[in-house]
Design a protein around this ligand. Structure first.
Ligand code: BES
Ligand code: MN
Ligand code: ZN
Length: 493
């Protein structure tokens, strides 16, 4: 879907379909409050006023009526109730855009003028409405049907014109880049584990570099990781026939020599648990255990397309966690790249084992900041459910900045504490630390584990275990936390 901006609300005639908001500004009485509604009512010889008078249409949230127009002007006019300005939150606004789209998506024509950017809201500025419109529409058009043999029902995708001043162009560019990057993130997540292997992710890393002379992708193979001493990372793939990869995507959009921001992604392309094998129910969803990697790669695609003026390095630590006679076992001890030793008490706590070596590797870039992203703990779902990601950091201000970026991007994240008292849960009788911290505070002790490898720089960890995909009938990757990462990087320049 291509997006553009139009400034003049009254110019309806160039679009084949128009979406108009009908706000509740008068305590439930629906009236034509905008010039656009009045103009459309004229074009339709009073049909909108008539629908309101007859009770078929109201300003109630998501009440809607599609009018066909045989005369001059657009072929279709959709009027949709937005409720009161107080009720119209970011979440509701997204639902509104998707409800409008579902009314016209079967036959939108060549272009749609979306005036929902003028909807009256208390809490949303124009840029937020532009962002939410673009992301919600692209999401609504998202299909993942490449493995269906009957996938030829191609729905026409119109050009989408948003009503907004040209000052919103930068927001529009960021939003389209973000929305496309969410599609990439969703695709990588939804791909099955037998296709999306560490080698496949490495190819995707090379693809990101192909179109731009500002990007260099380098893939470290097992032999190179061995000589760097990444024995913790390598331990995770020992039971798998798929070779592990460390994928490094280096984007030089800023001044030469300025410190980069580093993103690190967990790329476990399937997490069976290894010898500490998981129960069978819903185990297919462990193909999503590379969604941290997918978010990071999506964010890189977005900033490359935006030409962000910053240096950013993405490091994806990728392996497949499988049981076999060559797999690592509970009790095995490995030396990490940092020199610290780890006792693997549970092979299912593998994410931290790949991330710790990637975080040590990040030191060589002399990073300004490092953010790692991972579907790290089931405990995060217990703590925050499926709505909010977790952030844990060795710098409170940095964590606050990420929460702010999350609010700006409508991709929320909430800070969990990381006091030193939790660190003791990682004590091991036989090595410097164990890879699990007991049943209590699993998300925090996982972050504590990572914090032992991030002492030399400003660092935050994002646990997206509850937000990266949805289960059930609508099973699929969400594209989170691409919006948060992109906004975070934009806020750094
Ligand atoms: N990838 C999982 C975490 C996960 C589980 C995310 C379910 C989303 C849904 C991770 O590798 C894992 O298995 N974590 C264990 C850690 C435990 C063994 C300390 C967990 O959360 O149970
Ligand atoms: Mn696991
Ligand atoms: Zn995992």
């Amino acid at each position: 879907m291509e997006f553009s901006l139009q400034q003049d609300a009254s110019q309806l005639d160039t679009a084949s379909s128009v979406i108009l908001p009908l706000a509740d500004l008068t305590g439930g009485i629906s009236t034509l409050t905008t010039d656009s509604l009045k103009a459309a009512d004229n074009l339709l010889s009073g049909a909108i006023s008539h629908a309101i008078a007859s009770g078929d249409l109201s300003s109630k949230f998501k009440s809607s009526q599609l009018f066909l127009n045989a005369g001059p002007g657009p072929d279709r006019i959709l009027v949709i109730g937005t409720g009161t300005p107080e009720q119209l939150s970011g979440r509701k606004y997204r639902q509104l855009v998707q409800a409008a789209w579902s009314q016209i998506s079967s036959n939108p024509g060549h272009s749609v003028l979306n005036q929902l950017t003028t909807a009256d809201t208390k809490s949303l500025d124009l840029n937020s409405k532009v962002r939410l419109s673009v992301e919600a529409l692209v999401q609504a058009c998202y299909r993942f049907d490449q493995f269906k043999t009957n996938n030829k029902n191609i729905v026409p995708i119109p050009n989408m014109v948003l009503l907004a001043q040209t000052s919103s162009q930068a927001q529009l560019d960021q939003s389209t880049a973000t929305a496309q990057a969410m599609d990439l993130c969703r695709d990588l997540g939804n791909l099955p584990g037998n296709v999306c292997t560490p080698s496949f992710l490495a190819e995707q890393g090379h693809k990101l570099a192909a179109g731009s002379d500002k990007v260099i992708t380098q893939v470290l193979e097992e032999a190179e990781m061995e000589s760097l001493g990444m024995h913790s990372l390598l331990s995770v793939g020992k039971g798998s026939a798929e070779p592990s990869k460390l994928i490094v995507i280096n984007y030089q959009g800023g001044e030469e020599g300025t410190q980069p921001h580093v993103l690190v992604g967990k790329g476990i392309t399937f997490d069976s648990g290894g010898i500490s094998i998981k129960p069978g129910a819903a185990m297919d969803e462990m193909k999503y255990d590379m969604c941290g990697a997918a978010s990071v790669m999506g964010a890189m695609q977005a900033i490359i397309n935006m030409g962000l003026k910053a240096n950013v390095v993405a490091i994806v630590a990728s392996a497949e966690n499988m049981p076999s006679s060559t797999a690592s076992k509970p009790g095995d001890i490995y030396t990490t790249m940092s020199g610290k030793t780890v006792e693997v008490l549970n092979t299912d706590a593998e994410g931290r084992l790949v991330l710790c070596d990637a975080l040590t590797y990040a030191e060589r870039f002399n990073p300004k900041t490092v953010v790692d992203v991972a579907t790290l703990t089931g405990a995060c779902i217990m703590a925050l459910g499926h709505h909010t990601s977790a952030v844990l950091s060795n710098d409170d201000q940095f964590a606050k900045g990420l929460m702010k970026a999350g609010n700006q991007a409508f991709d929320s994240v909430w800070q969990l504490p990381m006091g030193e008292e939790y660190q003791e849960q990682l004590d091991s009788n036989f090595a410097d630390l164990g890879n699990i911290g007991g049943r209590a505070a699993g998300t925090i002790t996982a972050a504590c584990f990572l914090s032992r490898f991030t002492e030399s720089y400003t660092w935050a960890h994002l646990d997206i275990a509850g937000t990266a995909w949805v289960s059930g009938a609508k099973k699929g990757a969400t594209g989170r936390c691409v919006p948060l990462l992109v906004q975070h990087l934009v806020n750094q320049v």
